[in-house]
Design a binder for this molecule. Structure first.
Ligand code: ADP
Length: 276
């Protein structure tokens, strides 16, 4: 964290978490011990198949094969199932997964409907308006259908939808993986800005070493399957982050540490889809 004098409470605690997929006889995760502080920005990086998405699914209680096969997960003192039932997290995927037959604004209001929210309709509308403004989506696009928007705009809407119910935690699975380089960089700055304003705890899966290092407080490096934590790397860059930081020697050194950790975890083969 940026201020070493304050110790924020723990938001997420994983104790010796394992995940074994019986149907395919795959051991996806093994012995994951991790604590994430409230308001921390943490990235997960590892080779394809190292269990990154599985870990997010376990946290969000959305896997189709139940919870962990070993260990314990606590988020804001709740089990993942309790957290999901309390709408305690928002999630953003690589594909924005907006409903094509709803307009932007209706897509953003959906979480209130699904949660049968007791918040008055005017309050819901006000909240979505201010979130759409925060992500910089011009008003003229609010009545558009998703297919009429660019990929970057769709991800802005997906972020608004994830934040609609004001959850303390954001889970993000390669949120910018499908965007072109320029859009991706502007979305990174946008997310950092949102994070600074809202102080959410963010857990982001990424394949990009530079994205992980530029955005995070800490980067967790997973090994090849079964995913184990090879290394946790604190990123000693000041906040707010500035794109020029990525041109410094310090940044190159940090990225080098992550790359080396990926290598030592058996994840640096040419075909592991680790970029940069
Ligand atoms: P990553 O996100 O790091 O690429 P995943 O979490 O998607 O890795 O997958 C980890 C391993 O678990 C892979 O071998 C994958 O095939 C397997 N796996 C993921 N989900 C399931 C599932 N629902 N059933 C069976 N195996 C799965």
């Amino acid at each position: 964290m940026t201020n070493p004098e304050s110790t924020p409470p723990i938001a997420i605690r994983l104790i010796n978490v394992k995940k074994y997929f019986k149907d395919r006889d795959v051991e996806a995760l093994d012995g994951i011990n991790l604590e994430v502080a409230q308001g921390e920005f943490l990235s997960l990086i590892g080779p394809s198949g190292s269990g990154k998405s599985t870990l997010l699914e376990l946290l969000g209680d959305i896997g189709d094969e139940g919870g962990p096969t070993g260990g314990e997960i606590l988020i804001e003192d709740k089990t993942p199932q309790e957290l999901r039932q309390a709408r305690g997290y928002g999630i953003v995927f690589q594909d924005s997964i907006l409903f094509p037959w709803y307009r932007v604004f209706e897509n953003c209001l959906l979480p209130f409907r699904i949660a049968k929210s007791k918040l008055r309709k005017e309050e819901q509308v006000k909240r979505i308006e201010s979130l759409l403004e925060m992500v910089g989506l011009d008003r003229k696009f609010w009545p558009y259908y998703p297919k009429e928007l660019s990929g970057g705009m769709q991800q802005r809407v997906a972020i608004v939808r994830a934040l609609a119910l004001d959850p303390p935690l954001l889970l993000m699975d390669e949120p910018f993986g499908a965007l072109d380089d320029l859009t991706r960089k502007s979305m990174q700055m946008l997310l950092l800005d949102i994070w600074a304003k809202t102080r959410k705890t963010i857990l982001m899966v990424t394949h990009s070493i530079s994205e992980a290092c530029f955005m995070s407080d800490r980067v967790v490096v997973l090994s090849q399957r079964p995913g184990r934590i090879v290394r946790m790397i604190s990123i000693p860059l000041d906040r707010p982050r500035d794109r020029s930081m990525t041109e410094t020697k310090a940044f190159a050194r940090i990225c080098g540490m992550v790359r080396e950790a990926l290598g030592s975890g058996g994840g640096a083969e040419e075909d592991t889809a680790i970029k940069d």
